[in-house]
Design a protein around this ligand. Structure first.
Ligand SMILES: Nc1ncnc2c1ncn2[C@@H]1O[C@H](COP(=O)(O)OP(=O)(O)OP(=O)(O)O)[C@@H](O)[C@H]1O
Ligand SMILES: [Mg+2]
Length: 244
């Protein structure tokens, strides 16, 4: 589903991502972990076209998408959410998700005309699945941080992706909210046959949910494999996991 080959990004000589390679088979659930500044967000931005790599390749279903524009990569089926919440605060929750459906289906020309009638059923079904149906008419900007992160997830799902890249989907959530959100995410990924790549700081959640874990340290992928291997890896324990 996704092949990352020798990916590299240098910011004025500083290597934020250094020769990172890994592959994601269809329906895989993989977490990328690593300390602050390890290069996790940069790696995601390289995959989704928000940052152009200095070297290396990104392949989606075998096709080279290295350096393609973000909207093209999204349209191919790679959806994402950002570390910093990115919603439309003045729209209602319903309108946020509906706008994402309309944008994905390129109905932009009708946007100010009959937009309110488009994709209503799809929007409501997705809100129900996310547990947000009772907040459909509230302003997105007025909701709790946790609910806003869920709206972001909804916006990403409305583009009907086959891979979802989520950069700290639970940032700022309590431990119980984090657990619920990741479980919901995993369930939705299973229902839709999605491939999931996410970053997450709660190691308990990561080791419980991910089938594969990649560990970034100073831009390098120092280990990659099933949770048991990562837990047992001496270098990972030394640089990151410590007491976990
Ligand atoms: N646009 C940029 N220009 C210069 N340096 C950058 C830029 N973006 C990121 N960096 C640097 O690259 C390194 C990796 O940053 P990145 O945001 O990818 O880390 P991260 O693993 O996502 O960290 P966090 O856990 O804090 O989100 C950091 O040292 C950061 O300061
Ligand atoms: Mg980050």
């Amino acid at each position: 589903m996704l092949d990352v080959r020798d990916l590299k990004k240098s910011f004025a000589g500083f290597l934020a991502v250094s020769d990172v390679s890994f592959s994601l088979p269809p329906r895989a659930v993989m977490a990328i972990i690593g300390p602050n500044g390890a290069g996790k967000s940069t790696l995601f931005n390289l995959i989704t076209g928000h940052i152009v790599p200095t070297a290396g390749q990104v392949l989606h279903k075998g096709a080279d998408i290295t350096g393609a524009a973000p909207h093209r990569i999204c349209r191919r089926g790679i959806g994402r959410s950002f570390q910093h919440t990115n919603i439309f605060p003045r729209l209602t929750v319903f309108e946020c998700i509906q706008a994402a459906y309309i944008a994905h289906h390129r109905r932009g020309t009708d946007f100010w005309g009959r937009a309110d009638r488009l994709y209503r059923d799809e929007t409501m079904a997705l809100l129900e699945r996310l547990g947000l149906a009772d907040k459909a008419d509230e302003l997105a900007g007025a909701l709790s941080h946790g609910n806003q992160k869920q709206i972001e997830l909804g916006i990403a799902l409305a583009s009907d992706p086959d891979i979802l890249l989520l950069d700290e989907p639970t940032a700022g959530m309590s431990a119980s909210e984090t657990r619920e959100t990741i479980q919901l995410l995993r369930a939705i990924a299973e229902e839709r046959g999605l491939t999931l790549l996410f970053t997450e700081h709660d190691m308990e959640v990561v080791f419980q949910v991910a089938e594969r874990i990649g560990v970034l340290h100073q831009g390098r992928l120092i280990a990659e494999g099933p949770p048991a291997d990562i837990r047992a890896d001496a270098e990972v324990r030394r640089v990151y996991l410590g007491g976990h």
